[in-house]
Design a protein around this ligand. Structure first.
Ligand code: AMP
Length: 548
């Protein structure tokens, strides 16, 4: 109330309850149960209820301890104006997905009018977060990568599910998310069989997200898939799981994998009046019982004038259950209150305004609005978690210092290789430049280090940047490649060095493949010779920071 600083009301209440439960040993069992109950139902609290609880618990502003005003709703979408006139209001997209839904017709045609198919998009999303914090974890502009996989709601099997069905990892199902419980390892195939995950396709994407994150370098022991609680899930979602990664800030939601049913296409269709449907052609015509909704345009025009079109579209968009309920109420009571979302209000529909029936017809095809499964990746959050999971320290050889290491896998390491001469010598420096040029031609981002520092220091610098490989030029014809994590080294011909590192960096070859046996025989033989000539290069501890 004094400084005008804004806080998220639900966060204030959540922090208060957690702190009381963790730190206040004097609270009674009854109070503890009450606070746990608040935490479990927080997502469902109305603005008024949040305000009442904040008053009841006498919660004050965290930094100043000033009193707080009543909470008020806040739009997380950034408002802006489009073009020179301030009258054209626009909103920055809070997710990338909607562009894909708007393009559904084009994408469906492009895919030969067949389901399933998917479209993916990566780009910036904007949310006017009330309290951005924790570095990349909660920001107002962030990179989102989203896949929209469109499928037939009556067939949610996935042809490649068997590729991931045997994976086992931590899953935290809805029913088990009680205080004191934690995620347990489940086999994905079993989770589908038991109905824990609601479809094969949703599970397929959960499995692929797991493989993706682990391949990036996320520690699988600190990764779990948490199912949304019923009160967390958007009203239209059929099932939703978050890939959560444990960091020093706690468990962070990094990827959301949701079955959004047909909600988005439905809503765009309803608002724009453009049909966004797919069809399945039958080999033989089928006799079907069809719901027929016929709005009576004359009566609706008289009653709703310029709003008629919106009422008609909403009536036509009713599903079978809604339509049959309307029919029964119209017959018994003559009228019904009906919510038109495009008008954001109820209107009264009378018996003479719409005819609802079920008719038998022969159909050659089935038309339907596809469902969509959406994995949504917060790139910044994943990158941050990767930094934490890849970071480690190891003692220097002298044991007097802790050296920092980022164990980025070769696929994601920003710099793939460092190249340096063993000693300052014109020929070695020339060879270093030749290798650097070749690495550039392979598209391998690298660093060269021609400073006079010791080899141990150069390795330490390279490790700190997370560079997985280092090439040391130590003869006119042969060089040494050192791998960061094992600190093992092999000798290869100078002319092969760039291509070997390129294959390693692109994941075409693993370090295990680069055994002396697989290298050219000259280089293999020289590994033994070189070991006796340059013991410091072959010592298992490459962190030697003594001068060479
Ligand atoms: P949502 O649509 O809310 O499920 O968000 C999708 C993904 O975007 C989440 O799983 C997060 O990884 C990421 N995300 C959401 N909000 C933010 C934010 N404010 N800052 C950074 N990443 C975010």
């Amino acid at each position: 109330e004094k400084t005008g600083t804004c806080y998220r009301a639900d966060h204030l209440l959540k922090d208060y309850c957690n702190e009381k439960l963790e730190k206040d040993l004097t609270i009674s069992d009854k109070k503890a149960t009450e606070l746990k109950d608040v935490l479990a139902n927080l997502e469902d609290f109305s603005c008024e209820k949040l305000g009442a609880k904040i008053k009841e618990y006498e919660i004050t502003a965290p930094d100043t301890k000033n009193t707080l005003s009543d909470p008020y709703p806040f739009n997380l979408m950034f408002q802006t104006s489009i073009g020179p006139s301030a009258a054209n209001i626009g909103y920055m997209r809070p997710e990338t997905a909607q562009g894909i839904f708007m393009d559904f017709k084009e994408l469906y045609n492009y895919n030969g009018r067949k389901l399933p198919f998917a479209a993916a998009q990566v780009g910036q999303a904007f949310r006017n977060e009330i309290s951005p914090r924790q570095g990349l974890l909660r920001v107002r502009e962030f990179t989102l990568a989203e896949i929209e996989h469109f499928l037939d709601p009556e067939d949610k099997a996935h042809p490649k599910f068997s590729n991931v069905a045997k994976l086992e990892f931590f899953m935290f199902q809805r029913e088990e998310q009680m205080p004191g419980q934690s995620a347990r390892k489940l086999c994905l195939g079993e989770a589908v069989e038991k109905g824990i995950v609601n479809s094969e396709t949703l599970a397929y994407f959960i499995g692929r997200v797991y493989l993706f994150l682990v391949r990036l370098g996320i520690d699988k022991e600190r990764l779990r898939f948490r199912q949304h609680l019923a009160n967390e899930m958007a009203h239209y979602a059929a099932d939703c799981w978050d890939a959560e990664i444990e960091t020093s800030y706690g468990w962070i939601e990094c990827v959301g994998i949701a079955d959004r049913s047909s909600y988005d296409l439905h809503a765009h269709s309803e608002k724009s009046g453009v049909e966004l449907q797919a069809e399945e052609k039958f080999s033989e015509p089928k006799e079907v019982v069809k719901l027929v909704i016929t709005p009576m345009t004359k009566e609706l025009s008289l009653a709703f004038k310029e709003n008629k079109k919106k009422v008609v579209l909403s009536l036509k968009a009713m599903n079978e259950e809604e339509a049959m309920l309307m029919k029964a109420t119209l017959e018994s009571e003559g009228g019904i209150e009906f919510y038109v979302c495009t008008l954001a209000k109820n209107v009264t529909i009378k018996k003479n305004m719409v005819s609802i029936s079920k008719e038998k017809t022969k159909e050659h095809q089935r038309k339907f609005i596809p469902s969509v499964i959406e994995p949504s990746f917060g790139i910044g959050r994943i990158v941050y978690c990767l930094y934490e999971h890849c970071f480690s320290t190891r003692p220097s050889k002298a044991g007097d210092e802790q050296l920092n290491v980022f164990r980025f896998s070769p696929l994601v390491a920003p710099i793939k290789c460092t190249v340096f001469p063993l000693v300052r010598n014109q020929q070695y420096e020339e060879a270093t430049k030749v290798i650097s040029k070749e690495l550039t031609s392979f598209g391998i981002l690298h660093k060269i280090d021609i400073t006079g520092t010791s080899i141990g220091k150069k390795y330490a610098r390279s490790d700190e940047l997370g560079v997985p490989f280092a090439i040391t030029v130590d003869s006119k014809t042969l060089v040494t490649i050192r791998e960061r994590d094992s600190k093992n080294q092999v000798r290869v011909n100078l002319k092969d060095a760039a291509s070997v590192v390129s294959s390693l960096a692109k994941g075409k070859m693993t370090w295990r493949d680069v055994s002396p046996k697989r290298l050219s025989s000259a280089a293999a033989a020289d590994n033994t010779l070189a070991e006796s000539m340059y013991p410091e290069l072959f010592s298992l501890d490459g962190d030697d920071d003594s001068e060479t």
